[in-house]
Design a binder for this molecule. Sequence first.
Ligand code: FA5
Length: 337
Amino acid sequence: MSSTPTEESIVTLKAEALDQLANAADEASVESWRVEYMGRRGRLTGILRNLGSLDPDQRRAIGAAANRLKGELESALDERAAEIKRSGSSQPKDAIDVTLPGRRTRRGGLHPSTQIIREMLDAFNEMGFQTVEGNEVELERYNFDMLNIPADHPARDMQDTIWIDRERASEDGGVLLRTQTSGMQPRIMEKQDPPVRIVSPGKCFRFEATDATHEWQFHQVEGLAVDEGLSFADLKGTLYEFARRIFGADRKVRFRCDFFPFVEPGVDMSIDWNGRWVEILGAGMVHPRVLRNVGYDPEKYTGFAFGVGPERVAMLKYGIEDIRHFFGNDLRFLTQF
Ligand code: FA5
C-alpha cells in the first residue's frame, strides 16, 4: 500500500480487518489474513512504512493510531487462532466445567468369578496341575458320547442342554453350549499320552430353572489326572488339600457317593455352611470306558477327575446368599470384591 496514510484509512482498515478475521474459519484462512494485513507487504505494514511521507504533526498522530491498531490486530489474531484450535478438537468448547471439584476416577476390577477361579487355579497349579483353556461351544461327541453318556442315557436329562444345532448330520453329533467342562477330559487325552495332570476352567450353560444355588450360566473348573497307579486316595488327598487351601483347615468337608457315567466310583464333595451341606463339586475315578474311548489302556492307567463350581465356592467363602448376584450386573455387589 503506497497511498498516503490518513486517520480514515486506519479506521477503515481496522473495521475491514476485524470483520474478515471473524469470518476466518480455519488455520489457513487466519494465516492468509495475517499475510494480507500484517505480512511484509501487508496493508497495515504499508501504512507504517509510509509514515515518513507525512509532516511531523500528522506523523505523530497517525503513527500512534497505526501502532495501536497493530497491537489490536496482533491480539485479535492470537485470540482467533486459539479459538479455532479449541473448536478443532473433539471436545465441545464448554464440555469441561473447570469449576467442578475434583473427583476420584472409578477403577474397574476383576469379576468375583474370575477372582475365585484364579485362586482355585493357583491352588491346583501348586499341586502340579497345569491350566488348559477350553471351548464354550462344544460338540455332542465330547460333551456326552466320549464321556460314556450315549444318546438314550437318562444322564443327559440331568443336564438340560442349550443346543446350537441339534440335527447336524455328523459323526460328532450336534453342536451345543457345553453343559459341563468334562468334555475337556477326552479332548486333552486324545492329544497326549499319560501322565496327564490338568485343570481347565470355563463357562457352562444349562437350560434350567434358577434358584439361590443354580444359575443357567456358571463356571466350572475341571480337573484330570491320569497315570500308572493313581488311586482313590490320590483323589481324596487332592480335593482335601484344595479345600484346606481355599477354606482353611477348620472348615468341615463331606464326601458322598454320587453317580456320573464317566467315573466309577463317583462322589460329590460338600462344604459346611452354618450347619448345612452345600455341594461344590462332583468327582470320581475315570471310567475305564472313557480311557478306552481315547485309546488309553485301562489295564495300565488309572485316573481321577473332578468338576468344581467356582460360584458355589465363592458363596461359601464369602457368605454370598444367592448365586444370581454373580451375573445380575449390580455394581453394589460387584464392587464389594
Ligand atoms: C458335573 O457337571 C460333572 N461334570 C462333574 C464331574 C467332573 C464329575 C469330573 C466327575 C468327574 P454337576 O452337574 O454336579 O457335575 O456339577 C458340578 C458342580 O458344578 C456342582 O457341584 C456345582 O458346584 C456346579 N454347578 C452345577 N450346576 C450348576 C448350576 N446350575 N449353577 C451353578 N453351579 C452349578
